[in-house]
Design a protein around this ligand. Structure first.
Ligand SMILES: NC(=O)c1ccc[n+]([C@@H]2O[C@H](COP(=O)([O-])OP(=O)(O)OC[C@H]3O[C@@H](n4cnc5c(N)ncnc54)[C@H](O)[C@@H]3O)[C@@H](O)[C@H]2O)c1
Length: 264
């Protein structure tokens, strides 16, 4: 018996990257996974790969910015699967970096639309069914950027902070229906989103990470799977940082490293 046998999961932005890895992990634990994404070809390929490894999954094209499309997609999933146990609000983009005073309004709105409005629309649509079944696990994708406020990414940081607010508030609103709402805060994880950062700073980031490497998609998927499983039943309104300790390191550590004998 696998941990998620008989459960149904929806993952947004699941055609590639972290979302795809979460789908693979959840289906490996027995869940039927609905892979959703704006990208049809890559999304269908993800489903095909899950089938090839013995998992159960299907694809639906979904732009999380479209509230009506979110409702009809979630309704269709419930009609087809008969339950919705897990929702992972993962869809996202990084946006282009710019100093805040030079950032375009369009870019700002689009970032918040995908991350914040998209997560809200999906949460609301899935919660309707989770309340009926008195069970649900909702996982929202925040970021370490919600703690460290990455320079040049005001839109991204604002969106990821907002996702924490959404997580904490909805955790309280939905708790009496046995629905938990938690967040993940990945640091720098190897994906298309971080290609350009890693191209210039991979060595520096690895060296500044206590666990000594760049995070993998699987590292985030493992944490998501824990939050999605019955094992996390007494956790709600929290966020798990998946960063190998990166946030802990500061300039003083470099000074201390020079001062402390290496045998200590
Ligand atoms: N990679 C990292 O280091 C990192 C760190 C912290 C947080 N995150 C977050 O993790 C999530 C996934 O990131 P990733 O690294 O896998 O990126 P990615 O670019 O590989 O994947 C993002 C997916 O989201 C989809 N998407 C984009 N806009 C969408 C929309 N409007 N509707 C539906 N799907 C849409 C894309 O098509 C893509 O498949 C994002 O929310 C990101 O902010 C990533």
């Amino acid at each position: 018996m696998k941990k998620l046998d008989g459960q149904t999961a929806i993952v947004t932005g699941a055609a590639r990257g972290i979302g795809k890895a979460i789908c693979e992990k959840l289906s490996g634990e027995g869940a039927f996974v609905w892979v959703t994404d704006i990208q049809k070809d890559e999304g269908e390929k993800t489903v095909q790969e899950i089938h090839e490894s013995g998992g159960k999954a299907d694809f639906l094209q979904l732009d999380v910015r479209d509230a009506d499309q979110v409702i009809s997609t979630v309704d269709l999933i419930y009609k087809s699967s008969g339950r919705i146990d897990i929702l992972v609000n993962n869809a996202g983009i990084s946006g282009n970096p710019a100093p805040v005073d030079l950032m375009s309004n369009e870019e700002w709105k689009d970032l918040l639309d995908i991350h914040v409005n998209g997560s809200f629309y999906c949460l609301k649509a899935a919660a309707k069914y989770m309340k009926m079944q008195n069970y649900g696990r909702i996982i929202n994708m925040s970021s370490l950027a919600s703690e460290t406020s990455l320079q040049g990414f005001a839109h991204y940081a604002a969106a990821k902070y907002a996702i924490l607010g959404l997580t904490e508030t909805s955790a309280k609103d939905l708790a009496s229906y046995n629905i938990t709402v938690n967040a993940l805060k990945p640091g720098i994880i190897r994906s298309t989103l971080t290609d350009s950062i890693l191209a210039v700073a991979e060595e520096r980031i690895s060296a500044s990470t206590p666990l000594g490497k760049i995070g993998s998609l699987e590292d985030v998927a493992n944490a998501a799977c824990f939050l999605a499983s019955p094992d996390s039943r007494f956790l709600t309104g929290i966020s798990i940082i998946v960063d190998g300790g990166f946030r802990l390191v500061n300039e003083m550590d470099k000074v201390m490293n020079e001062m402390i004998p290496s045998s200590i």
